[in-house]
Design a protein around this ligand. Structure first.
Ligand SMILES: [Fe+2]
Length: 179
């Protein structure tokens, strides 16, 4: 008979020495796990994104084109129509947000998944706007109101956004953000 785990096998608050065969390789080659604080500006500052929004950058992975951040739209507002070339996962942290193209409204705790090839227009009607945590992969193409291509936001754009602000303000770059 095969045992199927129905709950974690130990509830002891104690470190167990796990017999993993490749621990030395992990120690030599892994970039390592880490914690990035998002409640303060100690790990990463809020970087202005237009007049009524800011981005707190949390992670950049140049190998996989992944960038993670919190987008804060501080009052009712819009992020204009953009096209995703990669996969996006976002969690609504505060406030609410919707897309003009879809029939749902995201509220705190809700998961938003976006797939390559979709374009959409982000709107928050909430009096306090919205805070969105995102784990995003692949370029995002931005278009103006006449559907003219303007720019692509990829991992390099997000790194430049973070580093330009830090240089201007004399804030040291945080090596923990580069995974
Ligand atoms: Fe999007």
């Amino acid at each position: 008979m095969t045992n199927v785990m129905t709950a974690p096998p130990s509830t002891k608050a104690e470190i167990v020495d796990v017999p993993f065969a490749h621990r030395e390789l992990v120690e030599r080659l892994s970039p390592g796990g880490r914690y990035i604080d998002a409640q303060s500006d100690v790990d990463s500052p809020w970087v202005p994104f237009g007049d009524n929004a800011a981005i707190k950058h949390l992670a950049f992975d140049v190998r996989q084109g992944i960038f993670s951040n919190i987008l804060w739209i501080k009052e009712p507002g819009v992020v204009g129509t953009h096209l995703h070339r990669g996969t996006i996962m976002m969690v609504c942290l505060e406030g609410s947000v919707k897309y003009l193209e879809y029939d749902w409204v995201a509220s705190p705790g809700g998961l938003i998944l976006e797939v390559p090839g979709e374009s959409h227009t982000l709107v928050t009607d909430h009096p306090q706007g919205v805070k969105l945590f995102g784990w995003m992969q692949g370029p995002i193409e931005f278009y103006d109101e006449n559907a003219n291509y303007v720019d692509t936001a990829d991992v390099w754009w997000f790194i430049n956004h973070y580093e330009t602000y830090c240089r201007e303000k004399g804030i040291p770059l945080n090596p923990k953000l580069y995974v």
